[in-house]
Design a protein. Sequence first.
Length: 329
Amino acid sequence: MLTGEASFLFVPEEGRYFAYFNNYGGCRGVDCCASAGGCSTCCFNPTPPHTNASDPCVFTDNHTVVAYSTSDFQAWTYEGVVLGVTNRTVGIEFRPHVVFSPQLNVYLMWHLMWNSIPGYAINSSPSPRGPFLPFASSMSLPGSGRDEDYDIFVDDDGQAYHLRTGLTIVQLNATRTGPTGRFVDLGKHTGKEEAPSMFKRNGVYFVIAGRECCVCKGGSNIIVYTSTISALGPYTLQGDVGSRTDKPFDPYSPNNYITRAQQTKVFPVKAEDGSVQYLWVGNQWVTSALPGQPRNNDLLYWSVLRFANNTTIEQFVYNESCTLSVADH
């Protein structure tokens, strides 16, 4: 599989989950852990001596989006390139997220665009397999959150929300193509949490994010917020369930976090017994099977979230003796 920033969408008519990956292409991952800034500066430090030059892999305008589908998370079907360069806004493309719009009867692919016009772009397709064609070239959203990593969450009543780095939650309109004007900033509770994800379990809303990690080796922590009132809060900080507690933090070590991954998505999956589980997926950047292999060969970390009670996610468990093959990941 080609891997990268991902989103997952369940299509009930087919009984299949679709995974959409931002394909970074053939650029190799960069291990910046030994640099002055440490592991989290990889995105901005492509080559020795690790100056603040733009990364020639991350910050390019030739990214495409590829898709896979599965019914059991064991056998995967490659669906091809669903968003090509010629079908999207010119610029640097990040974080595709696909959501179905019942009102428009189309699948909408939101994606972050960095170009002369800041904000998000939207492409649309009548099929989850694409191709996704231009719909809106620039979408500005209210709130103090940064136009960077984000997630789109659809509530039980069909109302959709956009959650972005910062953290800002914006209520989307009925067609899921723009804001309603209602939003909430969680920034007063946060530092620089990014790569957020949002879901609902037993009436409780969860917002999960991690400290900044720009496609860095070693990943990030997992910070949890919950609300028992509404998708717009108020939210309570529940703590960090992703950091190792058996050693002090070291900015130059790739082993500070249990998953060694940066969160890309949390989504519900129906288990064989009919229960609903919540799957956490993260990017283990700079982990290609062979040194110098392209970034789109990096591993994904998969984990089923465990809950201590209705509002508490159990701590991820670190096991130094657990060695997994590429296939196991």
